[in-house]
Design a protein around this ligand. Structure first.
Ligand code: SAT
Ligand code: MN
Length: 594
């Protein structure tokens, strides 16, 4: 399969440590897929779903204590603590290897170690990076088949001495006390042990494509970002936008949005390039171009229905792995809260317990059938909105970048920043209320710069400086916008309907990029002028648009105090350009007559 001596030696070393009964190299063939599926069904790791209703689909449950990323057990292991920075957990590389080795030691006895060669990005593209993951989980193998390009073609591209990220993964005993997600950027290596769940175990995703890639991107002069990529097509022309939001804030929904009735006559179509990660580089034309390094979606199931996201629902009708949703035992199908159709009559919940809609705990709270972070894993090519550029090695040129979080107050529906540096400032101070994709108190507001807080593989102060530098060296950078779909009124009701209606905002964003679109300058940036958003077919109660677009200088002044506190974390690493932006914003706010 390969004559890459270093790769073979590394696989031998890791097998020596983990002591699997067998080492199996995966070639990515169809035959191999069937074999892995059959084996996982035999062991109970996967349940085969109804072949007529959900062809090629499987059901999987994770351990009840292994249902989300674990930020407290995720470490950046660099020689110097300063290189991990104040927002990451840090461990010395020698300590990381020693601690994890103890857990990995002999952990694959009685199991098979699979070798998965994978490419993040189209095989052979100058954007792409190759990784090789070792794992003792067939669920992980089958998920990596969906989420990445993998197999013999990748080994061929790697040749006999190509660079690759060494990714070691093992479930061990799935004990949260013996779980570690370690990144060794100086060695281009990832060691993850004790979890079988998504972002902890599919090492091509957050571990490689964001944490390790952001480190590489800094050295090599590009950007690895937690962003969806969408195309907005009209009159035969497509404009591309990236958007960064914290996990579980609707990136997947926005990436494959369906135009609302009222705007149908304009002939817009959204095409999906990616829903989670973007790698961006300067193209020969001086613009930033982006590829989606992934090849599939790992989408949140609850809330996905034919209204919120018909494209995602259509994507997940075949060749999909469902994790921690409700299992309909009668029809061998799946269901989740706020999904499609009625809840099944005979079902097991994500914990495998008999479940019916309406049952409650002793305190009267409803028992949810699906875990709030339950997922579907589907090939991107099955998405009805999939862009014809997903395999283009050049990527797509980006006109606009959007950042946003979940803010009940303060941030208007949309604003355009005044310059690249101001855009970086707005992105660096993004804040959001915590969601189910992270362990911790839901609802709590935290700063999440560029939606990268849990994913930046190095000192975030240096990361901000890298962003500033990228703006200086890019002749035609995209415009930067900030959005907030989640603003609420004084009765705590959402002001903006979201979903397909968000196209109205995207339309204005593109108009602004084309030098059109009416805007009003406020201290925080340009907001749409009254009437600048096309509201055809959307009747909101009187005064709603004023509220959702309002910029309140007093509230912003208070917010700025929090920005200052947040920036203090980075000490001398904070680039002076961000300090200058803060002062300038402060002055603009002070100049507003009371
Ligand atoms: O668990 S993942 O990191 O893969 C998904 C997410 O949190 O966005
Ligand atoms: Mn994500």
């Amino acid at each position: 399969m390969t004559d890459h001596a270093k790769l073979k030696a590394w696989v031998d070393d890791m097998a020596q440590l983990c002591q699997p009964d067998e080492v199996v190299w995966l070639d990515g063939s169809e035959q191999e897929r069937k074999k892995l599926e059959d084996e996982a069904v035999t062991t109970g790791e996967l349940l085969r779903l109804n072949e007529e209703k959900l062809p090629g689909c499987f059901y999987h449950r994770t351990d009840p204590k292994d249902v989300a990323r674990v930020e407290n057990l995720t470490f950046i292991c660099t020689s110097k603590e300063e290189d991990a920075g104040p927002t990451n957990n840090w461990m010395k590389p020698s300590e990381g290897y020693a601690k994890a080795s103890e857990i990995f030691k002999d952990s694959m006895k009685g199991r098979t170690m699979y070798v998965i060669p994978f490419s993040m990005g189209p095989v052979g593209s100058s954007f792409s990076k190759i990784g090789v993951q070792l794992t003792d989980s067939i669920y992980v193998c089958l998920s990596m088949r969906i989420m990445t390009r993998m197999g013999q073609t990748v080994l061929d591209a790697l040749g006999s001495d190509g660079e690759f990220t060494k990714c070691l993964h093992g479930k061990a005993d799935l004990n949260p006390e013996r779980r570690l997600i370690l990144h060794f950027p100086e060695d281009n290596a990832i060691w993850s042990v004790g979890s079988g769940y998504g972002g902890n175990a599919l090492l091509g995703k957050k571990c490689l494509s964001l944490r390790i890639a952001s480190w590489l991107a800094k050295q090599e002069g590009w950007l690895a970002e937690h962003m969806l990529i969408l195309g907005l097509e009209k009159d035969g022309k497509t404009r591309y936008i990236t958007a960064a939001f914290p996990s579980a804030c609707g990136k997947t929904n926005l990436a494959m949005l369906i135009p609302p009735e009222g705007l149908k006559h304009k002939g817009y179509k959204i095409t999906t390039v990616g829903d989670d990660i973007a790698w961006l580089r300067q193209g020969p034309d001086g613009r930033l171009w982006a590829v989606n390094p992934e090849n599939g979606f790992f989408g949140v199931a609850p809330g996905t229905n034919s209204k919120s996201n018909p494209n995602a629902l259509a994507t997940a009708q075949k060749n999909t792995i469902f994790t921690n949703v409700v299992f309909d035992t009668e029809h061998k199908t799946v269901w989740w809260e706020d999904g499609e159709g009625e809840a099944p009559k005979q079902a097991l919940d994500w914990l495998g317990r008999p479940w019916k809609e309406g049952i409650t705990y002793e305190d009267g709270k409803p028992v949810k059938g699906a875990h709030p972070n339950s997922r579907f894993t589907s090939p991107i090519s099955q998405c009805p909105a999939a862009s014809n550029k997903i395999d283009d090695p050049k990527g797509v040129p980006i006109d606009a970048m959007i950042f946003g979080g979940r803010r009940a107050r303060l941030a208007p529906l949309v604003y355009e920043t005044l310059s690249w540096d101001h855009g970086v400032y707005a992105a660096a101070t993004v804040a959001s209320e915590r969601t189910a994709a992270q362990y911790g108190k839901q609802g709590e507001v935290r700063r999440d710069p560029m939606a990268m807080l849990p994913f930046c593989g190095y000192n975030m102060g240096d990361y901000f400086a890298h962003w500033i530098k990228m703006g200086k060296k890019t002749p035609k950078p995209p415009k930067i916008f900030h959005v907030n779909w989640f603003r609420r009124d004084k009765d705590n009701k959402f002001l903006w309907p979201g979903f397909g209606e968000n196209l109205r905002v995207l339309e204005w964003v593109i108009e602004r990029c084309e030098g059109k679109g009416e805007a009003e300058e406020t201290p925080i940036g340009f907001v749409p002028k009254k009437g600048a958003l096309d509201m055809t077919g959307l009747d909101l109660p009187e005064g709603t648009m004023e509220q959702v677009l309002e910029v309140n200088p007093e509230e912003w002044k208070a917010e700025l105090e929090d920005h200052k506190k947040f920036f203090e974390k980075f000490g001398s690493k904070l680039p002076k350009e961000l300090r200058e932006q803060l002062t300038a914003l402060e002055e603009r706010l002070a100049a507003v007559p009371a």
